[in-house]
Write a protein that binds this ligand. Sequence first.
Ligand SMILES: *Cc1c(COP(=O)(O)O)cnc(C)c1O
Length: 343
Amino acid sequence: MNDHMIDLRSDTVTRPGHGMLAAMTEAEVGDDVWGDDPTIKRLQDALAERTGKEAGLFFPSGTQSNLAALMAHCARGDEYIVGQLAHTYKYEGGGAAVLGSIQPQPIENAPDGSLPLDKVAAAIKPIDDHFARTRLLALENTIGGKVLPVQYVTDATNLARKWGLATHLDGARVFNAAVASGQPVAELCAPFESISICFSKGLGAPVGSVLVGSKALIEVAHRWRKVLGGGMRQAGVLAAACHYALDHNVVRLAEDHENAAHLASALAQIEEVTVQSQATNMVFAQIPLEHCQQLEAWLKERGILTQMLYSSRFVTHMDVSRSDIDVFVAALKAYFCVPAFRK
Ligand SMILES: *Cc1c(COP(=O)(O)O)cnc(C)c1O
């Protein structure tokens, strides 16, 4: 894939730039399974401080970080309440059930990404041998690019606590939520006992997630990380990239959000495209289904990568500029101008 492709498929596609690569090259490393990697320790401590938690733990992926957290909260035969659209439920291969023996209790997400509290309350099972033990409520912020309303998070986590449930946030993009809402990330994390944060999305690192929570919880997650094959050795080279991202790429997420808003308003001008939503760095739009495959190929020939489905998601990130977005929009318009492609 050449370097000039305009890639709107996801914010996971960013490449490390010179500054990040230099930080990786210079990282002081050690064997982290032995607890010897100072760069990893620094990153974990920085995240714990930034999120207002006691401890952090570095993972190779957000999937593993979420799974280790679920396994730290729930034992075999326990249950977690989660959204139908949540990454941990829908996009992680069913890991909680497959590897954790944890039963998911999915709930349909409301359009704003929240889980209606009456449905959450109704899903919490009485203590009875017939039922899995409901142990955890897991939310996601941002979800589908949307920032969960602060009051909703307060109410949902209060409900969880009232029923003795633990709380986990899949905060893969919690820094996008913080930047978009103007809330400190610690405020967004405060209602939760554990939060998983990705560095390989909009923050632009090649690899890495950090789980934060209490010392006791992180100790349990540390054991599960080893069991899941996530104990890494001189991974300080990776943690250095994440630390660089934390220092340099958080504030600039606002640019991605502005670019997504710009993209949404430009797409809204195209008759054949229906914009469904835009929030933070994501735009969801409907492209007539009969065009999706052909249009994807047309764009690819012009150096633009997209994934067109029933509802297409276009994601902005640090490797997509304002002018790249204009190039994309112009290409879409050009496509729909070809008489044979019009509806
Ligand atoms: C990307 C993502 C993850 C996990 O990501 P990995 O690809 O496993 O690093 C978890 N949750 C959400 C919401 C994500 O977007």
